[in-house]
Design a binder for this molecule. Sequence first.
Ligand SMILES: *Cc1c(COP(=O)(O)O)cnc(C)c1O
Length: 449
Amino acid sequence: MKMKSLEEIDLNLIWHPCSQMKDYETLPPIVVDHGQGVWLCDIYGKKYLDVVSSWWCNLLGHCNPEINAAIKNQLDEVEHVIFANFTHKPIIELAEQLIKIVPNRIKKFHFNDNGSAAIECALKMCFQYFLQIGKPKKKYFMCLTDGYHGETIGALSVGALDLYTELYRPLMIKTFPIESPDCYRCPFQKNRENCQCECITCAEKIFEEHADETAAIILEPLLQGSAGMKIYPPLYLKKIRELCDKYDVLMIADEIATGFGRTGKMFACDHAEISPDVMCISKGLTGGYMPMSATCVSQKIYDAFYDDYSSGKAFMHSHTYAGNPLGAAAALAVQKILREKNIIQTAQENSIWLTEELNSTLGNHKNVGEIRHLNLIHAIELVEDKKNKKPFDSKKRFGYQIYKNALKKGLILRPLGDVLYFNPPLIINRDELKFAIDVTTSSINEILD
Ligand SMILES: *Cc1c(COP(=O)(O)O)cnc(C)c1O
């Protein structure tokens, strides 16, 4: 009898995330054997450049020796411990490191185990905050269209990407969506370099109408990742901060994808020199090693929950793996590397080079509508017609075909629709970036010609 391959056993038993499983009939899962730096190697010895940081979380390379060592050391101390009434050295040290780098309103860290949970926490905290300060009418949320904040029902409710949300609409909480900045197809005919964020008028209108029933606005600062790496200017954040202060609305910054140097500064909010009231972090926090997140809040919010037990004001929210010591050890190693190795600076220099290279290679391509970038994050939006920015028919799945083509050549692109993007580990070097550019270019040309 023929032995079953690992791929066959996998497909027999496993339901993969964010996938139409039928697609796996023609593209079976790639069985990863090991990783090293920006490379993943499958069981047949084939190498792949992980230019998407394994879903945007790997910050400093796979099997980074320092992070590996930190986790191994912690493993021999304690692997996990209940986080109510108990604590441990790595998480205390981590909080001490984080407080040095977060925006200035942030004073307390509520640890959880994944990004969506951090968002749920943020929403519940803001809702409960207004209840407990005697403003129970302020109970809904504003969000940006095209936003993405995770997959649980609360997080989905404040997300506004139909691909993920539309089906579940009947289950969701009420929100006031604000038309998000769209700098490639700006309705005001401006561009990122010369605009004054005229589109803030959309937000102003919603604030005027609904601020008295709104607890918080949630947004992804500078980068709407899942929307297709849509990038908008820091000025927009400044203006949102002003609206929040004017109308007594809390500002939740979802820095899950943008935190820890991805945008060229420690946090995306730093570009606008503003501080949110609540900041959610995850992905890069542990370098993409361990599931960990934090909902980081201002003193004002924390204080509204602080009282005698009998007041019933405590935040009764927990996840079993909250504050996991192995995650904390990984996160501490990440912070140490970021402090000592000039990682963010080097990535920034490489990103300038990358912008030039990509523009000279693909800038004039007939189907490249825009190449937009934020530090190493570079997105290539493919369109049918460059002049009127007309997208391709999504049923043709050009992005997916280019993805499959690039995989054969050893590059993991995994585009968002017809937006191809690089969001590599910050330690990627120019040779590796050049490889990514070359494979992307040939993969596009072979599919679109
Ligand atoms: C990934 C992501 C989330 C959700 O985090 P999970 O750990 O996948 O639940 C939320 N917001 C943003 C901006 C993200 O990129």
